[in-house]
Every structure is written in C-alpha cells, then in structure tokens.
Ligand binder design. Structure first.
Ligand SMILES: C[S@@+](CC[C@H](N)C(=O)[O-])C[C@H]1O[C@@H](n2cnc3c(N)ncnc32)[C@H](O)[C@@H]1O
Length: 342
C-alpha cells in the first residue's frame, strides 16, 4: 500500500472503530498518532529533534502558518503585541522568535527588540525580513508615505485603501477592547501606553536576532520591560524553565506574554479541534512541506503541554501579578499575561 493511503487509513483508524455491526466514532484515543511523530521525543533528545524539525520547515514556516490558521495567526499576534504595548524607550525580548513576526511587530511599536531562537534556519528567515524596509516601517509612516499622483489614482491602490480602512476600523474595535483588558490587568502607568502605542510611532529600529537557548537566556536579570513568546514554550524540553527564564530577565513591573495553542474546556469543541490538528494539519504539512510528521507534531506536543491553564498556574507560582488568560475562539488559542512583581 502506498504511503499516502496508509496515512489516511491510520487517521481513519484513530477516528472510527467498528464494534460488531456498529460503527463508532472514537472520542478519546489518539493512539494512532505516535507512529507519525518522529519529531516528538520526550527527554534529552527533545531539543535535537525540535531543532531538526524547525531547520527543515523554516522556508515554508510562514506560509504554513497562514494556511493552517487561515491567516488568523497574524491577528492573534497583533493582539499579543497590543497587550505588550511596545513603545520607544522600552526594551523587549521575544523568546523562540522563529521567523520574527512578533519581534518585528514589537519593533514597529518603537521598542528596542531582541529576538532569540536556537534554530539558525529560522533566524535566517527572520533576518531576511529585516532587510526589507517595509518590515519595520511603523503603521503611521506607512499611511503617511508620499505616493506618486498617478499611482494614487489606480484602482488597485483605491481597493487597497478601502481594505485598509476596513482593517483599521476592525483593529480600532479590538484595540479598545485590549486597552480595556490591559487597564484591568496592568497598573495605570501601563494603561496609557497600551492604548496609544499602536498608533503613535515615529521611529522604529529593527530587532536584533541572536541564537540562544530559551531555557538559559544569555541576559542578566532585570533587563527587559516586555518579554514575549509565541508558540515557543510548548517546544521546550522543560517549558517551566523557559517561563522562569522569561521572568528572570524581565525588569520588575515588566509585562510577560505567552501565546500558544490552547486546550478548549468544552469537550465537543476540543474534540473537533484536536481532530482538525490530527487530520487536516498533517495533510497540509505533507503537501506544502513534504513532511506530515512535522505538522502532526503540533498535536503531539500540545498533548504533553498544560496549555493556557498550566501557564496561568505557573505564572502565579513564579509570583507574577495581574495574571490573566485570554481564550481565543473558545480556547483553541490562549494568551497568558502577567507582570513581574515590582
Ligand atoms: C513554532 S515556532 C514559533 C516562532 C514564532 N515565535 C512565531 O510565533 O511564529 C517555535 C520556535 O521555537 C524555537 N525553539 C524551540 N526550542 C527552542 C529552544 N530550546 N531555545 C530557543 N528556541 C527554541 C524553534 O526553533 C522555533 O523557531
């Protein structure tokens, strides 16, 4: 039997069971999975396998993010950045920065940003984005940049403007919502920053990208005003060590934010979502990266990760204050945030 047919049968076998004359949908077992997870190795081999995985998928990583989330990861990352409230004069660290989306967005907010990751290939992609001036252009300068008259009148640009206006008004609604949650969570001096930082940016310098292990960051304690991680903790051999490191390098009063795949509380929704991760995502991985296992890894790593609830608990154990969890789309994604005690 060829590989693709075997793969579909393995998935179907995990979803359905024939009992006597009955055909049942399996609700608990994902046991067909480990066969596809050559990249998930608990213990010491974990880091080497994760490193191999990201080295392999780096060139297609951004494309796959867009495909698997239908572009929504951009919106979730924007939301995290709004909560982080970057602005000139603040130092920000993005851990497990990968291809640099969050680091670049924090830099666009005016903060001085460092992005760290242990994969050279992912960092290469991140650095290539810095070379394109658009990547660190502030939202304001983008809107104000002079355009030639003729070009301004093309239908294409007009269409783009209408789209941008729609996007901006959607962003405004979300921003005021986030400013409210930031206001509830953060002391007043941060609230002001949160509501204005996304609009008023005059200068932006690109992030510095460097190779480092998230579980032992090469920075002294109390260095950063903002420390973020997107889809990173889940990949660490010891995610608690990663979070502790984030807290160690954060200044007193700094904002810590974590974005990752979540585990919905609602059993039916969780079942649907896990099946989506089990069936659809590896097929995308196979088609666009030539490797189903690389994307089957998402669910496997999530099964071994406590997700938003566990992160919230650990943030509290670490003594962070104003600890909050934002569940997105019924908990399929989670943003955790907290402040390092001043
Ligand atoms: C899923 S990607 C996330 C990339 C990016 N933050 C984003 O939101 O798109 C996870 C990243 O974590 C990095 N990573 C995994 N383990 C790491 C470790 N121990 N130290 C540093 N980076 C690590 C990987 O190389 C990969 O780039």
């Amino acid at each position: 039997m060829n590989k693709k047919i075997r793969y579909v049968c393995a998935c179907a076998n995990g979803l359905f069971k024939v009992r006597g004359s009955r055909f049942e949908v399996q609700t608990s077992s994902l046991d067909f999975y480990p066969r596809l997870n050559s990249y998930y190795h608990p213990g010491q081999e974990r880091a080497a396998k994760v490193h191999e995985l990201f080295g392999k998928i780096a060139p297609r990583y951004d494309l796959m993010n867009d495909l698997q989330s239908f572009g929504l990861h951009r919106y979730w990352k924007r939301r995290l950045v709004r909560l982080a409230a970057p602005m000139p004069g603040l130092r920000a660290l993005d851990v497990c920065c990968g291809t640099g989306d969050l680091a670049l967005a924090l830099a666009r907010g005016g903060a001085e940003v460092v992005g760290v990751d242990f994969s050279e290939r992912m960092l290469e992609v991140a650095k290539s984005k810095v070379q394109s001036p658009k990547s660190v252009q502030s939202p304001k300068s983008k809107v104000q940049s002079p355009e030639p008259q003729a070009q301004r009148q093309t239908a294409e640009v007009r269409g783009q403007r209408t789209e941008d206006r729609g996007q901006r008004s959607e962003d405004r609604d979300q921003r005021s919502e986030d400013a409210e949650s930031t206001a509830a969570a953060f002391p007043s001096r941060f609230t002001f920053h949160a509501s204005r930082s996304a609009f008023h940016v005059s200068r932006a310098s690109p992030p510095t990208f460097m190779q480092a292990d998230a579980q032992s960051l090469p920075f002294p304690e109390n260095t950063f005003d903002i420390v973020t991680v997107g889809y990173g903790l889940r990949n660490l051999e010891r995610w608690e060590a990663g979070l502790s490191e984030m807290q160690r390098v954060a200044k007193p009063g700094a904002r810590l934010l974590v974005l990752d795949f979540g585990k919905p509380d609602n059993a039916l929704w969780r079942w649907i979502y896990f099946r989506y991760l089990a069936l659809f995502i590896p097929v995308l991985g196979r088609v666009f990266c030539g490797d189903a296992a690389a994307y089957a890894y998402i669910l496997e790593s999530l099964k071994h990760f406590p997700a938003q609830r566990g992160i919230e608990e650990k943030m509290q154990d670490l003594g962070l204050t104003n600890v909050k969890t934002i569940n997105i789309l019924g908990g399929i994604m989670g943003i955790n945030f907290g402040l390092k005690r001043a």
